[in-house]
Ligand binder design. Structure first.
Ligand code: ADP
Ligand code: ZN
Ligand code: MG
Length: 484
């Protein structure tokens, strides 16, 4: 490929993410309606969230607490004084014709998200707002639908918006950023962060510029991203599209583009020329928020150990790799399970191997999670101990784990039932070894002639004779002795 000055290879991508997270409060942001996903349409509504004249909003204290805790977990500065503003626009899913949000005085500013590489992506702000209802287009597709229905159950659900600085450099970093945010939010329990249910949503702002330039290029905002994968794919697509634009000498226009999962492309939805003027102004129905220091410091003490701290501890105290520590800590409940196995078995390394290996495998096969599985940490630990004290082989343990995790059986019972205990009786093992040596004189000869492979063959023969029950370490030791 020939290199042309100013060609795409000389550009770099700049990405900023706006992430919306629905908060896991019992009730909505400004009324007492239940905050729940999946109820029959328009059953979780009242005059306040339907925007009836004369109804008055009251801020949900739990939502404020959750947002502040999220902010603390990400190292943000919590504002001592904050207020709610009305963001005015007309759309059928928003019955008041304005959304209560925060404009110039968000609850938090600053903070950062650390990526696995150690790179820190700074946050601009996190603010509190209310979610809108949901338009449901009847028919197969928007283009073909005859009419649109509106479900207001989601209208007024507490929502926090986490805005990053334009400091993310690739699709991969964007996915890592999201993964870390998701982990932090689920650890502190402020959201169930399910992208497929919309409790975690992400808009990606993308631009390109000459590599090393300081000035930002014209950005495009991508909407309709419904999974981590689509965030990554859409960003990759958009960077390539922009590079092609530059290559063709075309101007990149500032616009909002929609991601189409099926075709794997983005399309223009609206250009900046048509952008809204939201005419923000302070909501006169809501008092400003003034959070005392005492309250904030109490909330701070209620924060659990966060994923980053856990990862560091796993590497330091358990000797795990960064990668393994990352996998084990991505969900708090999984991390708790692993720690319980590690503690009960006294063997963190083995606990990590089992959790990331065979335990995960049998759960995936059964489409179960650790939470829905019947096996408990003590049982996994008991299995690890059975291997460690030589009662069963590692291979036999792999046969037991499924009954333990899926059916909740005790490992010792399964071992007894299936006769999996291995023979560590020296006399019995020695008899198998001698029998194998006798029957395979040619292998013995080739081992003595320097063929290392013959040794493994002999081990296999002994195991076969013992029907897999001879303690394999013992077999190896005895074989070495006899052959050496
Ligand atoms: P807008 O006024 O369009 O809402 P903001 O300045 O509020 O834009 O930024 C919204 C998001 O877009 C932020 O996450 C920010 O980091 C990101 N962003 C802003 N400018 C750019 C750019 N040139 N390239 C990529 N991302 C950007
Ligand atoms: Zn309501
Ligand atoms: Mg903005």
């Amino acid at each position: 490929m020939s290199k042309v000055i100013g060609a795409p290879a000389d550009t770099e991508a700049v990405i900023g993410l706006e992430v919306h997270v629905e908060l896991l409060t019992a009730s909505k942001m400004f009324c007492g309606c239940r905050n729940a996903f999946g109820a029959p349409p328009n059953t979780l509504v009242c005059p306040v969230c339907l925007g009836m004249p004369g109804s008055l909003p009251v801020a949900n204290a739990k939502a404020v607490e959750y947002l502040c805790k999220a902010g603390m977990a990400l190292g943000c500065t919590i504002a001592e004084y904050s207020k709610f503003d009305r963001k005015n626009y007309f759309y059928p899913d928003m019955p008041k014709n304005y959304q209560i949000s925060q404009y110039d005085m968000p609850l938090t500013t600053g903070g950062s998200v650390t990526l696995p590489s150690g790179k820190r992506v700074n946050l601009t702000r996190i603010h509190l707002e209310e979610d809108t209802g949901k338009n449901v287009h009847a028919g197969e597709s928007i283009a073909r639908s005859a009419y649109t229905l509106v479900d207001y159950n989601r209208a007024g659900v507490p929502l926090m918006e986490i805005v990053s600085e334009p400091e993310i450099s690739s699709a991969r970093e964007a996915e890592e950023y999201l993964a870390e945010l998701k982990a932090v939010m689920s650890y502190i329990g402020v959201s169930d962060v399910k992208m497929h249910e919309g409790s975690l949503r992400c808009d990606a702002n993308v631009s390109i510029r000459p590599a090393g330039a300081r000035e930002l290029g014209t950005k495009v905002e991508i909407k309709n991203l419904n999974s981590f994968r689509s965030v990554g794919r859409a960003i990759e697509y958009e960077i390539e599209r922009m590079r092609a634009c530059v290559r063709e000498g075309e101007r990149i226009v500032q616009e909002t583009r929609g991601w189409d999962e099926g075709s794997g492309t983005t399309h223009s939805m609206r250009s900046k020329e048509l952008a809204h003027d939201y005419r923000y102004f302070p909501d006169p129905d809501l008092v400003p928020l003034e959070l005392g220091r005492a309250l904030l410091s109490r909330w701070r003490t209620e924060l659990p150990e966060l994923p980053a701290a856990k990862r560091t501890r796993y590497v330091r105290d358990f000797g795990l790799s960064e990668y393994d520590a990352g996998v084990l800590t991505s969900e708090r409940s999984d991390a708790d399970f692993f720690e319980a196995v590690a503690a009960a078995s006294g063997n963190p390394k083995q606990a990590a191997n089992w959790m990331m290996g065979d335990v995960r495998k049998v759960l995936d096969r059964a489409e179960m999670t650790l939470a829905s599985a019947r096996g408990r940490p003590e049982q996994v630990a008991a299995l690890i101990t059975l291997v460690a004290n030589g009662t069963i082989s590692g291979k036999a343990a792999k046969e037991v784990i499924e009954s333990v995790m899926i059916d909740g059986r005790q490992p010792a019972d399964v071992v007894a039932e299936r006769g999996l205990a291995q023979t560590s009786d020296a006399g019995a093992v020695a008899a198998f070894v001698d029998q194998a040596l006798h029957a395979n004189a040619d292998s013995v000869a080739s081992y003595k002639a320097g063929k290392e492979k013959a040794f493994e063959f002999l081990v296999g023969q002994v195991m076969k004779l013992s029907r897999g029950k001879a303690n394999v370490e013992m077999v190896r030791g005895l074989l070495k002795e006899r052959l050496g």
